[in-house]
Design a protein around this ligand. Structure first.
Ligand code: MN
Ligand code: MN
Length: 310
């Protein structure tokens, strides 16, 4: 019988002490023989407004020290079922965006080859593109649950094709996503044109704007999303700015009128039963998060992703 890694308990070492790995799990230098690995991508050179997400992984790990192993709401016991560890950070080249994209893709290729599910601490949203490229090699076009204030399907930003506002446009062009199996939830804010979201619906995406989520549970929506996404592989990409800045102020491009923390939990818990092949939590920017609440929320959302991975 496999001896599964466990988060270090608060009665063994005080929660404010010791090395900061995700959930105080063991660090590993290889994805081999792991079911799931947490991975940091300290990358924010794709941001269009306020930067700072490069220290997201470090702060999410720090705030994750309060997390305990059992999910008291759903009954999930991921550490009884999965071998999980913290694979550390991807050594990006912060002076070179395109080189960093390749570094990230190569790093994740090894994770995919080891049949290990990556759960990523961002970093800005640019990083989802090389992750999806690596996953495509094994899984082909994947379904996507994308929580975000922004659709991230711009053709270019300042003339550049690879930024945090363009990853899902590139992913569609490269055949990394199955457009009929994409749901975008929480979109809102001011746009460049009234038909900004039409490109998404023309690809077959289901677009659920934030105002259509106000004042209600998203559990019924997620039943429909599970129907839409069906049996095939699904990636979860959670931009923390999908939640309202009242809950998650520590991010680079905040938009008012967003989702609540409870709705964010309902979305991820509503992914249970889908074939989750990876997930990320991006755009936590610690310089704008003096209380640590945004990183704490990010850590919890990543834990919830772990809870729907088996
Ligand atoms: Mn985004
Ligand atoms: Mn966003």
């Amino acid at each position: 019988m496999t001896e599964f890694n466990q988060p270090m308990g608060g009665n063994i070492m005080p929660r404010f002490a010791g090395p900061a790995t995700m959930m105080r799990l063991p660090a590993t230098s290889t994805p081999e023989n792991h079911d799931v690995c947490f991975i940091g991508v300290p990358f924010d050179i794709g941001t269009s407004h306020r930067s700072g997400a490069r220290t997201g992984p470090r702060q999410i790990r720090a705030e994750s020290s309060l997390l305990r192993p059992y999910n008291m709401a759903t009954g999930a016991a991921p550490f009884e079922n999965l071998q999980v560890a913290d694979l550390g950070d991807v050594p990006i080249n912060t002076f070179n965006l395109s080189a960093s994209i390749d570094i990230i893709q190569n790093f994740y290729a090894a994770v995919v080859d080891a049949n290990c599910i990556p759960l990523t601490m961002g970093g800005d949203h640019t990083i989802v593109l090389p992750i999806l490229r690596a996953l495509h090699k094994r899984h082909g076009p994947v379904g996507l649950v994308h929580i975000d204030a922004h659709s991230d399907v711009n053709d270019h930003m300042f003339g550049e094709p690879i930024t945090h506002g363009t990853p899902f446009r590139r992913a569609m062009e490269e055949g990394l996503l199955d457009g009929q199996r994409v749901a975008q939830i929480g979109l809102r804010g001011t746009g460049y044109a009234a038909d900004d979201f039409d490109w998404c619906t023309n690809q077959g995406f289901r677009v659920v704007q934030a105002h259509d989520c106000w004042h209600k549970s998203l559990t019924p929506l997620m039943e429909e999303v599970r129907q839409q996404l069906g049996e095939g592989p699904v990636y979860i990409s959670f931009d923390i700015d999908g939640l309202d800045p009242a809950f998650a102020p520590g991010t680079g491009t905040p938009e008012v009128g967003g989702l609540t923390t409870a709705q964010g939990l309902e979305i991820i818990r509503g992914c249970k039963g889908l074939d989750i092949i990876g997930g990320d939590l991006v755009e936590v920017s610690p310089p704008y998060d003096p209380s640590g609440n945004t990183a704490l929320l990010g850590a919890n959302l990543l834990y919830e992703m772990l809870c729907v991975c088996y």
